[in-house]
Design a protein around this ligand. Structure first.
Ligand code: 5GP
Length: 188
């Protein structure tokens, strides 16, 4: 996606350890026009797929997911990183965060993810695929159909796509980063 790639090159910043900061337009301050273009591109790519719900994970996946939900007139549900004491019919999995270097629990209520659902998962980044692995597990527990996963930015050198494709799930990313070596952003 041309506009996204240009924006990453203009406003993205590299940090040691293979981290790309996009907090000027996606992760902290958000550009709604760009998010709309991102949502439209995901919708185009999954146009031939039956979807009845958008799934994401807090926090940075929520903005693109809600724009998609609005455009497609579909509900949006997000997996939570903190367990609310009031959650009923909770499903839970464990995810390792490489940016924070620790494990955390991710939960979702089966009330909002169940066997009748055909869900498209949307998130900001695909890195090592740990969050994706957790989402695939939650979908399995819920008995829903995970029809695809869409990422705004994929860091190809961290190989997260392998996790998704080995699970037999379709993966689409709108900008693929080949390398962040020497703090230089190389986009495919
Ligand atoms: P994974 O689970 O695929 O290893 O990492 C995905 C999650 O980690 C994303 O939800 C994202 O929040 C965070 N993440 C991974 N790499 C980056 C990065 O380079 N920059 C930012 N801002 N977040 C990242």
């Amino acid at each position: 996606m041309k506009a996204l790639k240009e924006r990453i090159l203009k406003d993205g910043r590299c940090y040691p350890g293979g981290i790309l900061k996009v907090d000027k337009f996606i992760n902290h301050q958000m550009d709604p026009q760009l998010l709309k273009q991102i949502a439209i591109e995901f919708i185009r790519r999954y146009a031939s797929t039956e979807i009845n719900k958008i799934l994401t994970i807090e926090a940075s996946g929520i903005a693109p997911a809600i724009v998609m939900g609005l455009l497609l007139d579909l509900p949006v549900v997000f997996a939570k990183k903190k367990q609310p004491s009031t959650m009923e019919n909770m499903l839970s999995t464990t995810v390792f965060s490489f940016t924070k270097q620790r494990e955390y629990h991710v939960v979702i209520s089966q009330d909002y993810l169940n066997k009748d659902d055909k869900v498209l998962f949307i998130d900001d980044f695909l890195a090592y695929g740990n969050a994706a692995k957790g989402i695939i597990d939650l979908c399995k527990q819920a008995g829903c159909e995970l029809v695809g996963m869409g990422f705004i930015i994929e860091k190809a050198f961290q190989n997260g796509r392998k996790v998704i494709e080995e699970a037999g799930v379709r993966c689409e990313s709108l900008a693929i980063i080949e390398s962040l070596d020497n703090c230089e952003i190389k986009i495919r």
